[in-house]
Design a protein around this ligand. Structure first.
Ligand code: NI
Length: 228
């Protein structure tokens, strides 16, 4: 919807706009190649980053750009509210952004009303940064019950958990994180990581290079769920 609106701006105005705002220049930016990936044919994998964005997330985006791979960020709403420019950059560079609640709350401990309030607050902050509707939710701690599922449904979210967990929050050691990811990753894996840890941020180049070497194609979570 955002694109449609931007396209009706007269050419001259759009050109002027592109000189001053990074958002407008995104129109001309190359669309990530992963858009065309068919995971029925390709050996797909989705790399996901939780709990940010933090200042170091810029470094993660640099890494993803360097290796030309898309990822999915499950951001904490209040962090998103603090760093909207990083969210805009994520979208501009072909990544997907999902919700991880406003404040990393354990949703199963909240009443339905409190849960809705929490998720709506996160939703607003994320939309402000990305300019897009939020489609995915990863409940903090994977904490889940019928109430969470019902609220997710009412918000129009799809719940995304993971299939590979290197326990990077526990093992603050880059080599261990790389090893754990490589050991467990299979076709169509959804890899859980946390870009808030420097040790994990340092692991991404090695993870990406190794998985590419093994023939994996990186896709966003939505791409994976849509085509596998
Ligand atoms: Ni988390």
């Amino acid at each position: 919807m955002e694109n449609v609106r931007l396209f009706v701006i007269p050419m001259a105005a759009a050109l002027a706009l592109s000189l001053v705002t990074p958002a407008a220049s995104a129109i001309a930016a190359p669309v990530p190649s992963a858009k065309k990936v068919d995971c029925k044919k390709a050996k797909c994998v989705a790399l996901t980053m939780d709990d940010g964005p933090v200042a170091g997330t810029a470094q993660v985006l640099d890494t993803l750009k360097k290796y030309d791979v898309p990822a999915t960020f499950f951001v904490v709403g209040k962090n998103a509210a603090a760093r909207p420019k990083l969210l805009a950059r994520m979208v501009r560079e072909g990544h997907e952004v999902g919700s991880h609640s406003w404040d990393h709350a354990q949703l199963t401990k909240l009443s339905r009303a409190a849960m809705l309030k929490n998720l709506k607050r996160a939703d607003k902050a994320i939309r402000k940064g990305t300019g897009k509707r939020v489609k995915l939710l990863r409940p903090p701690y994977g904490s889940n019950d019928a109430n969470v599922k019902s609220v997710e449904k009412s918000m129009g979210y799809r719940q995304v958990l993971w299939t590979v967990d290197p326990l990077d929050w526990k093992y603050r050691n880059t080599k261990t994180v790389v090893r754990n990811v490589l050991k467990a990753t299979r076709r169509n894996s959804i890899i859980l990581t946390h870009d808030i840890h420097a040790t994990t941020r340092a692991a991404y180049p090695k993870i990406i290079k190794s998985l590419k070497k093994k023939g994996y194609t990186f896709v966003t979570v939505s791409q994976l769920l849509r085509t596998r």
